[in-house]
Design a protein around this ligand. Sequence first.
Ligand SMILES: Cc1ncc(COP(=O)(O)O)c(C=O)c1O
Length: 383
Amino acid sequence: MNRSSDLGPNQSLIGRPGSRHRLATPALIVELGALERNIAKMARDHAAIGLDLRPHAKTHKSAAIARKQIDAGALGVCCATLREAEAMAAGDIPGVHLSSPVVGDGKLRRLAALNADAEGLMVAADNRQNLAQLDEAAEASGDSLNVLVDIDVGMARTGVGTVEGAVRLARAVSDAEYLTYRGIQGYSGKVQHIERLGERTEVYGAHLDHLRDVVEALKDAGLAPEIVSGGGTGTHGIDREAGLFTEHQAGSYIFMDVEYNAVEFDGTGEPPFETALFVQCSVVSNNAEGFVTIDGGFKCFATDGPKPRIAATSIKGAGFDRFGDEHGKVILPEGANEKPGLGDPILLITPHCDPTVNLHDYYHVVDGDTLVDIWPVDARGVL
Ligand SMILES: Cc1ncc(COP(=O)(O)O)c(C=O)c1O
């Protein structure tokens, strides 16, 4: 595996008992046991019904984590950016699927280079002009390129919107000289975080009905999809019951976050996956009454969703408020008679895991109180 030799300012703490509490902060933390249990659970549950798993690497951008998913039975990983796909290929991760369209000369050249290297590479496409570009890139790579036709199931972000359009594009893929038609992809991002299970099932039901119509029309046209790929953490239970997908693209289940912890997955009232991702911060000022200031602000946590939440193991009942680019405010619970001291670690659950990970260079992998490893966020960035 392609590992960076620079693992940041906490490298010398690896393997030292109690080192978790001495980390330079803000530090992205992954709890190894919880991560491994989440990976194993999704793999086991999918395997039990014969549903393949191609988890989304946009969540973690890490070849080390992808390797764990492959070792647990995943047939590959999805990627949102070329950089992610390149990082996965460099880490010898098989079955890379680019689930976002690849557009632009420079990116198509990189795709061609990747296709020459990464066996089984797949890419999603929703547009004839793009198909012609992909066909050229595949020819330049000297190998055929696998394509999934991207179906818009109701989000209108990418994808072909109509059943007829999907059949036409699938036909164009299968007619293209250097492209191999493998099937379709249909992902519904908009529904993943609908908190109530009943509402999520209802809204998503219409999306799945459309996908089912596309599959039937493709079969009638002699273009039966070998692969039907899609689904996410929020819909994974519904996806399993739909009997429509051949493989599943869930990503966030490995970490969970404040947003997903608020989602009702089943009747139990408990999320089916453990929170495995945190940011550890430190108190940098404690002069004020009722709160302390920590070294975690906008540059440390995603700001598209809810606020980060203080882990109960850190200070039970404490609240968080944003306090600027570099700082956060930890509001102490009423009646708290002790204030955290300068340098004290405070652990926070990430608001939205994917964009939070993208703000950090390293995962600090902890087992109990010990920092046991550091994994680079290999594909950090957006290019
Ligand atoms: C195309 C696609 N598939 C799968 C996922 C994974 O979804 P989740 O992180 O909710 O499991 C995403 C996430 O945005 C996505 O864009």
